[in-house]
Design a protein around this ligand. Sequence first.
Ligand code: NAP
Ligand code: MN
Length: 279
Amino acid sequence: MTQTNFTDKNKVTKVAIIANGKFQSKKVANKLFSVLRDDEAFYLTKKNPDIVISIGGDGMLLSAFHAYENELNRVRFVGIHTGHLGFYTDYLDNQVDEFLKNLRADKGEKISYPILDVKVNLVDGREFTATALNEVTIKRIEKTMVADVVVNKIRMERFRGDGLLVATPTGSTAYNKSLGGAILHPSFEALQLTEIASLNNRVFRTVGSSMIIPSKDKIELLPRRTGSYVINVDNKTYHFRNVEQVTYQLSDRKINFMATPWHTSFWQRVKDAFIGDDV
Ligand code: NAP
Ligand code: MN
């Protein structure tokens, strides 16, 4: 009988490392790669990983999310940020040793956040679906967008303006915030509907404020005019002609993050990102 020395790939943790093009990110990736390659408890692979390590900013984590969006049930993400903490990143690039220590002690704990499902129905009968971590925006290219907004079957308004955005709680600090939307703590299972430059005068009326919509309620958008529309799902752009309806709802699925032993409060992240140290 011959005996082969082999590593049981079912028992080891499968880890994918992805990094953006920044010098500092590549440096961190190389370090993790060489340490984990020599550790029998881990198997480095981009295929069906258990843990995805994203090195770079929140934008990099958006890319990592979309690269593994069909495996969300199994995958846990962890973000290492170069420079400053982000909303989706728990470690700084000078905390790689702490990260490795926590990775080795990891028992599979996770923190989960809601994500957003969107469905686009075209006039010609075709259907397109996508899932967003931050938000979905729709804009009409040539002229003012005119669309009926339906919230939980109530026809709310006929919107006229540049477009509309629907954000997840963790996406509320991104584009949504630039549009004057509220910051929503990720423990709320809700969507936020935010206007992009609505026309408001004696003839045309919209609610004006962002609306926080509970998870059970669908948001439906019915464009009143044919033409070209651009729909952004996080960092991806899609072009459509003749959109009949767009439907938004919180997903049954969630994004899972590897839990860190220390917890950086969401409000601390808000302060770090938007205010700084001066208060
Ligand atoms: P980008 O234009 O290169 O970066 C957008 C910025 O948003 C980056 O500084 C990024 O942080 C930050 N960010 C991403 N997600 C965030 C979150 N959940 N909370 C707070 N800040 C966040 O584009 P990208 O990196 O591909 O990211 C796409 C995102 O850009 C979209 O999802 C949208 O939210 C945002 N965006 C914003 C505007 C606007 O504010 N006017 C317009 C278009 C798109 P990092 O530096 O850590 O990566
Ligand atoms: Mn950044």
